[in-house]
Design a protein around this ligand. Structure first.
Ligand code: PLP
Length: 390
């Protein structure tokens, strides 16, 4: 086995696809990467809450009061009262009747999809969906039809051709994690109605970022009350903490508690995480200025990069890719940027399609306008060095 696996490692190395861990210590808009302080253009900490004093204090207090670990799964004796508080806060925020916290976005997606989708169902999945949705669909064993990214016409034609008696699911990210563009949720809802499908929306990168109170993209479009739409969100990105959630009607939560394997067969979250989650839910609603600042800085960054001639794809969010193309060029650009003090990471296949290796920049409200200008100047320099812009 060792020989086979080392051959594979060598293959990845040849294709400039081998990944390796870097030592990273993030704080505010900065990260110390392999010992060097840099402007952090690579986190999902969109609102700058990951090191917010209130989250830290809530977490420390909970840990001191209740201990470091839950000690059991939620269905055994791990269902700490802090779950009740965080889930009550979630219901109030999302204006939902019921809420359920999972241990991470990854496990929420595989848990919800495998619990709800039957092997005889049909799934229609955007080709750029996050790996956790893809894995959930695969584990469900249902037949899956991938439609071209955000291609509503192709999705409709696939739905039209499918047998009317089969249960159908449309699965999409709300904000696509490597491109920062939006799913056309109003059109997807229209197709869902027309073909009597159920829509699953992953709000990982839209929670905290879109919606009147940061509830997500469904709320942004006023679609939160739509029937047969299931939204999954995370605490791990804009909310600066860890874990994930599903909100909806009580029967859905009850069903998931009884059937989502990634919910049932895992230890409950530590009290400190739950307390931080609850604090984050309150801050997201009470401090809309963070969201406004985030969108303004993202707009400034994206507009300047486009003016310089970079291809930022369809980004409309704090995730702004610069599409480079070949893997080695993307890696070269990322190394130049890191030398210049920017934490900017190359994203390569299989995470993105072949030939579209990129630098995935992300903006946070913890940055200043000066940070953005400085970053743009250095990105322009690196882009010229590798011949991406003239
Ligand atoms: C779209 C999307 N869904 C789900 C996840 C998984 O969330 P978590 O990091 O909380 O496991 C991610 C994380 O990268 C993501 O980008």
């Amino acid at each position: 086995m060792k020989t086979e696996l080392t051959v594979k490692l060598h293959e990845w190395e040849q294709k400039v696809q081998k990944r390796q861990l870097r030592r990273a210590e993030a704080s505010g808009a900065t990260v110390i990467l392999n010992g060097k302080p840099m402007l952090n253009l690579a986190s999902n900490n969109y609102l700058g809450l990951a090191d917010d004093r209130r989250l830290i204090e809530a977490g420390c207090e909970a840990m001191r009061a209740y201990g470091a670990g839950a000690g059991a799964s939620r269905l055994v004796v791990g269902n700490h009262p802090l779950y009740e508080r965080a889930e009550a806060a979630l219901k109030q925020w999302k204006r939902a009747e019921a809420a359920l916290i999972f241990n991470s976005g990854y496990t929420a997606n595989i848990g919800v999809l495998t619990a709800l989708i039957g092997r005889d169902d049909l799934v229609f999945s955007d080709e750029w969906n996050h790996a956790s949705l893809i894995d959930g669909i695969r584990l469900s064993k249902a037949a899956c039809f991938c439609y071209r990214h955000n291609d509503i016409d192709q999705l409709e034609s696939l739905l039209k051709q499918s047998p009317p008696d089969k249960r159908k699911w449309i699965v999409t990210d709300a904000v696509f994690s490597m491109d920062g563009d939006l799913a056309p949720l109003p059109k997807l809802v229209e197709l869902k109605r027309r073909y009597r499908a159920i829509l699953i929306v992953d709000e990982a990168h839209s929670g905290g970022v879109f919606g009147p109170n940061g509830e997500g993209l469904l709320h942004h479009f006023g679609l939160e009350k739509e029937e047969d739409v299931i939204a999954i969100g995370t605490f791990s990105k804009a909310l600066g903490s860890f874990g994930a959630y599903v909100t909806g009607e009580p029967w859905l939560v009850d069903y998931l508690i009884n059937s989502a394997r990634s919910f049932i067969f895992t230890t409950a979250l530590p009290p400190a995480v739950l307390a931080a989650n609850e604090a984050a839910i309150h801050i997201v609603q009470s401090e809309p200025k963070r969201r406004e600042r985030l969108h303004a800085l993202s707009e400034q960054f994206r507009t300047k990069l486009k003016q310089l001639g970079f291809d930022t794809g369809g980004s409309e969010t704090p995730i702004v890719p610069v599409i480079v193309g070949p893997n080695d060029q993307a890696v070269a650009m990322s190394e130049l940027l890191q030398e210049a003090g920017l934490a900017a990471i190359a994203i390569r296949p299989p995470t993105v399609p072949e030939g579209t290796a990129r630098i995935r920049f992300s903006i946070t409200a913890a940055m200043t306008e000066e940070d953005i200008d400085m970053a743009v100047d250095r990105i322009a320099w690196a882009g010229r060095q590798i011949g991406l812009i003239s």
